[in-house]
Design a protein around this ligand. Structure first.
Ligand code: AMP
Length: 407
């Protein structure tokens, strides 16, 4: 059978689902959509196609789960754009955790499914939902059965050496159970590095970047010669920077204190560290960075949360300088916060000039950018190291990786 070259991307998150139909050769998005507020009473589905400027919206007055929304997307969107649907030759799925065994983008078969299932222990909020999308696709699009591809957030980090991925706990925990640093956001870090390599006119295999993906989840990676040498997320996406609702780095003794002295259950501690900490926990008001920024000068706690976010980021950026052996081609900011918050970029890079002439141009930094997929902005001034703001595009990156396995 001859397959056409469009890629359907399914990115199933814990409470949202993004989908698109992309031509990676022409770099064209034919259709893209988002289902958000799943499992809440006001789920909504928004999508648009390239041949019309109209934004289509369906508002639901009831809770919708992933399976139901996938059925609606198939019937109301994919099948109603039959001509486009028939040109899909590959389906790319985002999968958060590849676990011990899957190290690269892979065509999905039963063995891959069982490995993704097994890795759910390290990513209980995401892998089961990712699998749900995969199973739906296998059952509902039989002509493309053997053309489903899993793209893992962890793949980019398998290049790390033992010295960065091992924790200083008994080696047997790694050997017997795979306890190690796996990282996350790999698709985004790799994508913005590729963009940076084009922008800086330096081959990807020679590019040296510190990449900051700052959004609801945040992580930072040190990339040397196109290969990740360290990253802030760990066994799970809980380690590292301060995040919207996740704590990032803490002393593990805090967990014992909560368990033994405060009598929290393990489940409650898990919930506290994943959903009630980070910016939300510190500010006691919201996990939304934009809202905190609006209140930076009027609300002490909002200021504190942002200051701690930037302080931790600064510490990581500074420590990653030391991993670059004096060769740094750029610092990249991406993600909802990285792309939009001039305050974060300024605070995290302030007074770093002694590291090698790193200067932010405050005027360029403060210009609010119109989000445009092709726009990369260098906000540095008289700096040895370019400071780049690069919009990430995980869907496009997933499409490209998936496409590359067949064409
Ligand atoms: P993401 O997870 O990449 O979608 O990023 C979401 C985060 O980006 C949220 O905390 C938003 O409040 C934040 N964000 C989005 N737009 C802005 C903006 N213009 N200024 C500051 N933060 C923003």
């Amino acid at each position: 059978m001859k397959y056409d070259k469009l890629v359907l991307v399914l990115n199933c998150g814990s409470s949202s689902l993004k989908f698109s139909i992309i031509d990676t050769v022409e770099k064209k998005v034919y259709l893209s959509g988002l289902a958000e507020r799943l499992y809440l009473k006001d789920t909504r589905l928004i999508w648009s196609t390239s041949h019309s400027s109209k934004k289509n919206i369906i508002l639901f007055n009831k809770e919708i789960d992933h399976n139901e929304i996938l059925k609606i997307i198939k019937k109301e969107i994919l099948f109603k754009n039959k001509e486009l649907f028939n040109r899909i030759g590959v389906i790319g799925h985002r999968v958060v955790h590849g676990g011990r065994y899957i190290k690269k983008t892979t065509i999905i078969d039963k063995k891959v499914i069982s490995h993704i299932h097994e890795a759910s222990i390290f990513s209980p909020l995401h892998n089961p939902i990712n699998l749900l999308g995969i199973n739906f696709s296998l059952e509902n699009f039989p002509k493309l059965y053997k053309r489903n591809v899993a793209v893992f957030d962890t793949s980019f980090f398998y290049s790390m050496k033992e010295k960065s991925y091992l924790y200083a706990i008994p080696y047997s925990l790694y050997n017997d159970y795979g306890i190690r640093k796996y990282g996350a956001h790999g698709t985004s870090h790799k994508y913005v590095c590729m963009k940076a390599s084009t922008f800086l006119k330096k081959p990807f295999s020679n590019i040296n970047i510190i990449s900051c993906h700052l959004g609801n989840g945040s992580s930072i990676s040190a990339i040397k010669n196109g290969i990740c040498v360290d990253t802030s997320m760990g066994l799970t996406p809980l380690e590292g920077l301060v995040m919207g609702t996740r704590s990032g780095d803490i002393d593990p003794s805090i967990i014992f204190f909560m368990y033994e002295k405060l009598h929290y259950t393990i489940k409650e501690i898990n919930e506290l560290l994943i959903n009630k900490s980070g910016l939300l926990g510190l500010s006691q008001s919201t996990s939304d960075f934009r809202d905190l920024e609006l209140n930076y000068y009027s609300d002490e706690r909002a200021k504190l949360a942002i200051d701690i976010f930037c302080f931790r980021l600064r510490k990581y950026i500074s420590s990653y300088f030391s991993l670059m052996d004096g060769e740094l081609d750029g610092i990249v900011f991406t993600g909802g916060i990285g792309e939009n918050s001039s305050l974060v970029r300024e605070k995290s890079l302030k007074n770093l000039s002694w590291f090698g002439n790193i200067f932010v141009d405050y005027k360029k930094n403060n210009n609010s950018f119109k989000k445009n997929d092709n726009l990369i902005i260098d906000i540095s001034k008289n700096s040895n190291v370019p400071i780049l703001v690069i919009p990430t595009d995980e869907e496009f990156a997933i499409a490209k990786e998936s496409f590359s396995l067949f064409f």
